[in-house]
Ligand binder design. Structure first.
Ligand code: DQA
Length: 156
């Protein structure tokens, strides 16, 4: 089977956006978040995307406003969004509002299972605008997210 190449004019783009402290992956609480770095996850994401013929734009920021700006940018540049908003997941109505203005698939990803952790992590504003949630599979969750986004894009 011939796969679409990422430079194909028709190829689809997924923004993968990462929030605060995810730049510290690999050294930050590895018992919870694993030993892989964000760079490792980015490399694996590009490899999976290449297999699927999809283009990935992978970013991280510690700033809430950056996430809002990038979600707004995704309105015209992305076909789907994968978002690990870190702790802003549990606090940010601004990110929720930006997501509500993005009318394409949104996959919420967390490395840890937020529902078996502290009570303050059990509520997610992101979930209110997400197509689906992947939580608790470590870095593999990003691969699951890419596969889910690719399926949703193919449907549209
Ligand atoms: C996280 C879970 C959040 O509660 C936490 O604040 C993070 C990472 C995860 O990937 O498991 O920074 O989003």
């Amino acid at each position: 089977m011939t796969l679409l190449q990422p430079d194909d004019a028709m190829s689809k783009t997924i923004f993968i956006l990462n929030g605060p402290n995810l730049n510290l992956l690999g050294t930050r609480e590895p018992d919870i978040y694993g030993a892989e770095t964000l760079a490792d996850i980015e490399t694996a994401s590009h490899a999976r995307a290449l297999e699927l013929g999809i283009v990935i734009e992978f970013r991280q920021t510690n700033l809430e406003g950056d996430l809002v700006n990038w979600i707004q940018e995704a309105r015209s540049k992305a076909d789907a969004l994968i978002l690990n908003a870190g702790a802003y997941t549990h606090t940010s109505i601004a990110i929720l509002d930006a997501l509500r203005a993005f009318d394409k698939p949104v996959i919420e990803v967390h490395l840890s299972n937020i529902f078996r952790r502290e009570d303050y992590r059990k509520h997610s504003y992101v979930s209110e605008a997400a197509t689906g949630i992947i939580s608790g599979f470590g870095s593999h969750g990003y691969m699951l997210g890419i596969d889910a986004a690719a399926k949703l894009i193919a449907r549209n």
